[in-house]
Design a protein around this ligand. Structure first.
Ligand code: PEP
Length: 255
């Protein structure tokens, strides 16, 4: 597939996989995607498995490590949190921020997500900033308003240079883990809309370079069509990333 931007496909394992299971998964994945050069592949295991997975992909040329969240603070009395310095010990390169599950269950706000994004970028890591509307918001005609608020709020205060290191993930909440995928047209429209906001916030050139992933029930059988859309530059994959073969098939079918 001839894409303007290099595809980035990340697997968000969420709160799944013991260390042994995580290792087995990443070992198999390594074999499956050995020859893939066209895609930046990222795996985001739970914190407890970061060290083992990190060692396993140390020599890998195409698989990078991501974390599912990080604190905006660098150290101190924040029980249960993890800081960027700790992630860096395991050679983490990417950090998912503002996933809809964190927005919903941990009540993460756009302002907090922007603080985290700045901290992540300040430490030379790359944030993957998630945005997306709920079904009620889409059906209420609020999709664009919600996306604009989230994009502007979550990326507030970043410079164009920082934006070049940032990935945006469009994840319609109604499509996450539900088996309902946005149609290719719905995905393309939302991605183009987000790129338009980025052009207004930053500039056309910056907006053109930013990779926007689609997330929400991406599977091997819909990856190609989604990725063929002009403004879809990769995928953030939940369920289908928990098995090496299906994640690898998504990657291979996207090329
Ligand atoms: C996600 O949680 O980021 C996600 C896209 O999940 P799924 O692929 O299972 O819909």
């Amino acid at each position: 597939m001839n894409k303007e931007r290099k595809l980035i496909i990340a697997g968000n394992w969420k709160m799944n996989k013991t260390v042994a299971e995580a290792l087995a998964l990443v070992k198999n994945l390594k074999l499956e995607v050995e020859k893939v050069k066209e895609v930046d592949i990222v795996v985001c295991p739970p914190f407890a498995a970061l060290e083992s997975v990190s060692k396993e992909i140390l020599e890998s040329k195409n698989i990078r490590l991501g974390a599912q969240n990080v604190s905006e603070n660098n150290f101190g009395a924040y029980t249960g949190e993890i800081c960027i310095g700790m992630l860096k010990e395991f050679s983490v390169r990417y950090v998912i921020l503002g996933h809809s599950e964190r927005r919903q269950y941990q009540k993460e706000s756009d302002a907090l997500i922007s603080k985290k994004a700045k901290a992540v970028l300040g430490a030379s890591l790359k944030p993957i900033v998630c945005v997306g509307e709920t079904l009620a918001e889409r059906e209420g005609g609020l999709m664009e308003k919600v996306l604009e608020t989230q994009v502007r709020g979550s990326l507030a205060g970043l410079t164009s240079e920082q934006m070049n290191e940032t990935t945006v993930a469009y994840e319609p909440v109604w499509a996450i883990g539900t088996g309902k995928t946005a149609t290719t047209q719905q995905a393309q429209d939302a991605h183009a809309f987000i790129r338009g906001i980025l052009a207004k916030m930053f500039d056309e050139n910056t907006a053109r370079k930013v990779r926007i992933q689609y997330g929400g029930s991406v599977k091997p059988n819909n990856a190609h069509e989604l990725m063929s859309q002009q403004d879809v530059d990769g995928a953030l994959v939940g369920g289908a990333a928990l098995e090496a073969r299906s994640f690898a098939d998504i990657i291979k079918n996207s090329i």
